[in-house]
Design a protein around this ligand. Structure first.
Ligand SMILES: O=C(O)CCC(=O)C(=O)O
Length: 262
């Protein structure tokens, strides 16, 4: 079993550094910015836009179905990895929101999903990097879920801060350079601090599942029929995205692992 898959199975997450080169990061930012402008969502207060595969700009869709992101998804989930949806999550000086602790499975249900949280800026505690509560994929029920009325500005299903503190589980700020990524199971409790700095924090979160596993989730249109296979990895495309990076080793290994799954 490859290192990424083992890490996700045992720890619930793994970090893949330099998934995107600096050049790819800046291309992604312009493409995402343009799509948000085009859909009238560039300035929205939430800082979040949900995109189904058909809404994802071509450059990013290629990365998620054949390129570097697909390579890692296939390394973790196997050759029938499927790309389901994605969302830019943008914090800046005017959108400083914190994200409360939650597990994505509260919202999705069905088969296990994995998300890639990709940093498009350096993500630090001060600008609201992702925070993981380690080990929760093994004992999510123990933390106790709190459900708030729909009116509570999203994230109506949460884990209380006090429950996290009482669990004694490690709470880790995942500080990343732009282009780095953290991949985590939908049963891993996570959240983020507010952006208390002047530094923007752009991130792009995309979600995958193993298409070989039956899924009863209902939130993806057509039950996910519209999702795109992510197992057809094209090493050339991966290299295009990572070639200018100073540390490409993790992403390149993922490509090799994905190839061994064919
Ligand atoms: O980037 C963040 O602040 C976390 C966002 C998140 O967990 C979510 O949208 O489900």
């Amino acid at each position: 079993m490859n290192t990424l898959r083992r890490a996700v199975q045992t720890e619930g997450y793994c970090i893949v550094r330099s998934l995107l080169s600096p050049a790819a990061v800046s291309q992604w930012r312009s493409v995402i910015g343009a799509q948000l402008e085009a859909t009238g969502k560039a300035q929205q207060r939430s800082g979040v836009a949900v995109w189904w595969p058909q809404d994802v700009p071509e450059l990013l869709l290629a990365a998620h179905t054949r390129g570097a992101v697909a390579a890692v998804a296939a390394a973790i989930l196997g050759p029938r990895a499927e790309f389901l949806s994605a969302k830019p999550v943008i914090k800046d000086h005017s959108r400083t929101f914190a994200t409360p602790f939650h597990a994505d499975t509260f919202y999705w249900g069905g088969s296990t999903k994995i998300s890639c949280w990709l940093a498009l800026d350096a993500a630090r505690r001060t600008n609201g990097c992702l925070t993981l509560v380690l080990g929760t994929h093994r004992q999510l029920d123990r933390l106790g879920r709190v459900s708030l009325p729909q009116a509570a500005k999203g994230f109506e299903h949460r884990i209380a801060d006090a429950a996290v503190a009482a669990s004694g589980l490690p709470v880790v700020d995942v500080e990343l350079a732009a282009g780095d990524s953290v991949w985590f199971l939908d049963s891993v409790v996570h959240g983020s601090q507010p952006n208390s700095s002047q530094q923007p924090r752009w991130s792009f979160i995309s979600t995958f599942r193993d298409g070989a596993v039956p899924d009863s989730a209902t939130i993806w249109p057509d039950g996910g029929q519209a999702c795109v296979p992510a197992g057809d990895v094209d090493p050339g495309l991966c290299l295009r995205d990572v070639e200018e990076s100073s540390s490409t080793i993790s992403a390149l290994r993922a490509v090799q692992w994905a190839e061994t799954l064919r």
